[in-house]
Write a protein that binds this ligand. Sequence first.
Ligand SMILES: NC(=O)c1ccc[n+]([C@@H]2O[C@H](COP(=O)([O-])OP(=O)(O)OC[C@H]3O[C@@H](n4cnc5c(N)ncnc54)[C@H](O)[C@@H]3O)[C@@H](O)[C@H]2O)c1
Length: 266
Amino acid sequence: MPTYELSNQVAIVSGAGQGMGRAIAHRLADEGASVVAADINLESAGRVAAEIEAQGGAALALEVDVTSRTETDRMVNDCTDRFGRLDIMVNNAGVLAVTPILELDDNAWDWQMNVNAKGVLYCSQAAARRMIDQGEGGRIITIASTAGKIPAGKDAPIAGYVASKHAAVGLTKQMALELARYDILVNCVFPGIVESEMLDFMHAEIARRESTPQEEVRERARESVPLGYFQSPQKVANMVAFLCSTDADYSVGSVFDVTGGAFPYY
Ligand SMILES: NC(=O)c1ccc[n+]([C@@H]2O[C@H](COP(=O)([O-])OP(=O)(O)OC[C@H]3O[C@@H](n4cnc5c(N)ncnc54)[C@H](O)[C@@H]3O)[C@@H](O)[C@H]2O)c1
């Protein structure tokens, strides 16, 4: 049973091939939205679109690199060619490199800034232009990170990621104020520590660099969560579904923590 009424809505989810993007794509489809699963990895996006269609939903898989303006513009065109409109843009695609500050080179810096910050700009601009043409408002949601408001700490050397997520959050907040006049409601979601390939990769890298068993690194992180366990991608998808609904029609430029109490008071 859907919780929210999104059946006439069309959504694009970037980075929809796995993890949180996949969970968000599924949740919006469960709520009745038609969903474009956009990912740099077409195979995984195709799998997610096929899963949604197998459950009776409407989905389209697109190969999109969010760091390319040509590709993000094409993404919106392909979406409207197929579904006739666009109502929701979820900026979820993200990447992370584990690099202590003195090893943070141009490649790692540019990669994270391009995907995590510039990708949000390109997708949001393309989506907002379409929403403004339609004249019926819309929703833009950026999946940021608690690393977008506070540093990750001395034992988590991810400065490039922290910088890129701070940029994404600032950009999203400013966009929210400029786009509100079109009834395009823009907000951020801050996941905490989510069970995902990204998390496993980060813990493996930190463990390797510290010569500590990965399980110990994982346990240290788990202990930092007051609820006592890592969240599933579904928890983030639930918040996104709420933010796409009419129940959230007065939230603008806000940040919504889904962290189990981790990193509070900021
Ligand atoms: N995993 C966590 O603990 C965590 C915590 C806070 C925030 N986040 C953020 O949540 C979002 C989703 O994270 P996840 O854990 O599901 O990540 P993930 O690595 O499992 O999935 C990311 C997806 O983005 C896609 N992608 C990467 N580069 C792309 C590009 N240039 N263009 C299009 N797609 C691209 C990948 O192919 C992949 O499908 C990211 O923005 C991440 O930074 C993750």
